[in-house]
Design a protein. Structure first.
Length: 196
């Protein structure tokens, strides 16, 4: 996928604030600090389109980024961050649920997991929820540059401990925003989903 343009479009917390132009959307979900902003920036080849933060739990809205004037990447608030109050976490949950369950132009969900660890209970919940919604899923194992070559075989084994990867709607990629590993494949998956 060739990226010709990318821009921040809007932040939303409820349906009436979502973009109204009916373009296809791909959502990105994952734990706080798993690298969603870095993945967006790497994909569109811009340093600071999505703001990366050293402070996890910073994204508190659905952030829509318009790419090639033809589709949106939607950054969903990170989950599993302990310093966010129970009430806030519930609000995030409801906001994410409303979006994922009601958005007709949502074409797929990218679930980011840290390749260095076994996916968490939160990751498992998000994966099972996406299966329940019957969404195309791309599991992206981030920060692959931080692993030694000998550890790479463990990545898929760790995934299989938590996720049932036998579904037809699931693809898996390793990814690094540092070494640009599998950026092309990521773009291809998005291109394929928004064309369906």
């Amino acid at each position: 996928m060739k990226i010709n343009s990318s821009e921040y479009a809007v932040s939303a917390v409820r349906e009436d604030q979502y973009p109204k132009d009916d373009l296809p959307e791909i959502a990105l979900a994952g734990r706080s600090n798993v690298g969603k902003s870095s993945l967006i920036n790497t994909l569109v080849n811009r340093k600071n389109l999505a703001r990366t933060s050293s402070q996890p739990g910073k994204t508190q809205t659905l952030n829509f980024y318009l790419v090639n004037k033809s589709f949106y990447l939607v950054d969903v608030p990170g989950y599993g961050y302990a310093k966010v109050s129970q009430k806030k976490r519930q609000e995030f949950g409801e906001m994410i649920q409303d979006y994922l369950e009601t958005r007709a132009n949502l074409k797929g969900l990218i679930i980011l997991v840290d390749s260095r660890h076994v996916p968490s209970k939160d990751d498992q919940s998000m994966y099972e929820y996406a299966q329940y919604l019957n969404l195309p899923i791309l599991v992206v194992c981030t920060k692959i540059d931080k692993l030694k070559k000998s550890q790479l075989t463990k990545v898929k084994a760790n995934l299989k401990k938590v996720f049932d990867l036998s579904y037809d709607n699931v693809s898996v990629l390793t990814f690094s925003s540092v070494t640009k590993t599998h950026v092309t494949e990521l773009g291809d998956w998005i291109q394929e989903k928004i064309a369906e």
